[in-house]
Design a protein around this ligand. Sequence first.
Ligand code: SAM
Length: 341
Amino acid sequence: MPEAMSPAPLMQLAMGITAAKILAVALERGVFDALAEGATATADDLARQTGLRPRPARVLLSGCTSLGLLTLAEGRYANSPLSEKFLVRGRRHYFGDLIAMFDRRVYPGLMRLNEAIAVDKPTTWDPEAHDSIFSGAGDQELADFWDAMKSLSSFTARQLSSTVDLATTRRLLDLGGGGGAYAIELCRKYPGLEVSIFDLPPVCKITEPIVTESSLAERISLIPGNFFADDQLPGGHDAVLLSMVLHDWGPEENKAIIAKSFAALDSDGRILLNDMLLDDSKAGPPDAALMGALMLAETRAGRTYTPQEYQSWLTEAGFVDTEVVRYHGVGANAVVLARKP
Ligand SMILES: C[S@@+](CC[C@H](N)C(=O)[O-])C[C@H]1O[C@@H](n2cnc3c(N)ncnc32)[C@H](O)[C@@H]1O
């Protein structure tokens, strides 16, 4: 006999925030750093090392183990392979900066998602005081945001670099390329490529030392500017990348950015729209649908879009040969390609 339907999936959804907080608190307390390089420790050792009392330490460690972040054998905890690779500070694709930024800045705004939905205004920053999340943030908040963006994007950029062939591309304009993750990963993969990162002046300032540290400064330049306020975008490029930019804005703003990209590109140049896309049916996938809700809390007009929406804007701007390539990135799940005739 089929089992009666139970509300268990709803309980799991309702508990989702607890799992997210366990991850953020364990990271903040240095649990994964304490277990780096194959170290193991008992709950009492870890309580001492992280400055916790025994009861919360045990609860936190059980939570982490149940979520696959730690393993437990013969009374000793160890990092799972996932935590060892992405949650230990200093690792190449360290993901902790994204988790810390979500915990400090995004979750308080998401706690007010009911307001964002009721009044159609962002809740992670004050829309009465600033134009956008990018103009409203203080210096520390900006630095945290781009550390987080790098943490999300560096791994995704590597995945994109194996999804799209840029072997014949010479000069790519990375519009809204702040943080430098895409420029760095694409240049690492394609030795003949040069990238111009175009972003707001304060963001270029934050990105400059990241580029210098990557030892790719000879091939990556920074161009401060504003893709809305500037009449023209820099020319001399055979490709334009817009990665995780269009979901921040409404359709009219996106059409304007795409039209300016078309005007700036060399003839026969390509555009790459890399983002977390909904299916054309708009029924999912969940990561794209949930990112749409995040954009309600983070932006005035942004949301996640479908391939059809991107393709129609590209065609309207004059692009041809549009193609949608799906891939399993962390921060993006598709790249929409098109060519300027
Ligand atoms: C969500 S981030 C994406 C960063 C990067 N492309 C990535 O995928 O990691 C959006 C980027 O757009 C930039 N941006 C926002 N408004 C802009 C404007 N008016 N002109 C140029 N860049 C802008 C932001 O500073 C930020 O770097």
